[in-house]
Design a protein around this ligand. Structure first.
Ligand SMILES: [Ca+2]
Length: 202
């Protein structure tokens, strides 16, 4: 078995990772908080994702509020698949901004090369919890790029890299839309108490 190696601040191999570090499993709460903090650090608010969800779902439910959409975003951010995707994707964006990826990956990520699809692959890997509505919404957002996704996708000359983040936001919004669609439908079929019992489903 090959020994793992750590990267130092310049991205150089700094020697084997101590066995203790390799075995440490972070607490779920820390992972959730890290993913949420990362979104904010990268300029993505819960509200900005909620606005996309609202645009997606408002035509189907006239009484929908932005608050409902933000609540749905909060709920899907509890999903580990999404948290992990956010941490992996945003880390690559950050390393590209700092020039700490090795070539040719650095140039591919920094320029958001058209044929590079790993950003979408990581994001869509986290869009499997809320059914086909979430998958088709993700596909739509990938093309339509609305709201904060558009802002992230617009290339600026300020050195910022959001190659992964635009797709991650699409994945969060798609999941939140799918969740909301299923939940709203259930609310027409079930009473309050039954909805409480069905809570774990969303
Ligand atoms: Ca992208």
């Amino acid at each position: 078995m090959r020994a793992s190696a750590a990267l130092d601040m310049k991205g150089c191999v700094a020697g084997p990772v101590p066995a203790q570090t390799m075995k440490k499993v972070p607490h779920s709460r820390d992972v959730r908080e890290a993913a949420r903090a990362r979104l904010i650090e990268r300029g993505v608010s819960i509200e900005s994702i909620g606005e996309i969800v609202y645009q997606m779902q408002a035509p189907y439910s006239p009484h929908l509020s932005l608050k409902d959409c933000m609540d749905s975003v909060e709920a899907v951010l509890e999903k580990r698949e999404l948290q992990h995707a956010i941490l992996v994707g945003s880390e690559l964006d950050i390393l590209a901004e700092r020039g700490q990826l090795s070539e040719p990956l650095l140039s591919i990520v920094a320029s958001d090369e058209g044929l590079f699809g790993v950003d979408e692959t990581i994001a869509i890997g986290a869009v499997n919890t809320y059914g086909s509505i979430a998958v088709t919404t993700f596909g739509y957002l990938d093309k339509a790029k609305i709201g904060i996704i558009k802002q992230l996708d617009t290339k600026m000359d300020d050195g910022q890299v959001h190659t992964f983040m635009d797709d991650l936001v699409g994945a969060i919004a798609a999941n939140a839309s799918g969740r909301l669609a299923h939940r709203l439908r259930d609310m027409t079929d079930f009473g309050e108490e039954e909805m409480r019992e069905r809570k774990g489903l969303y």
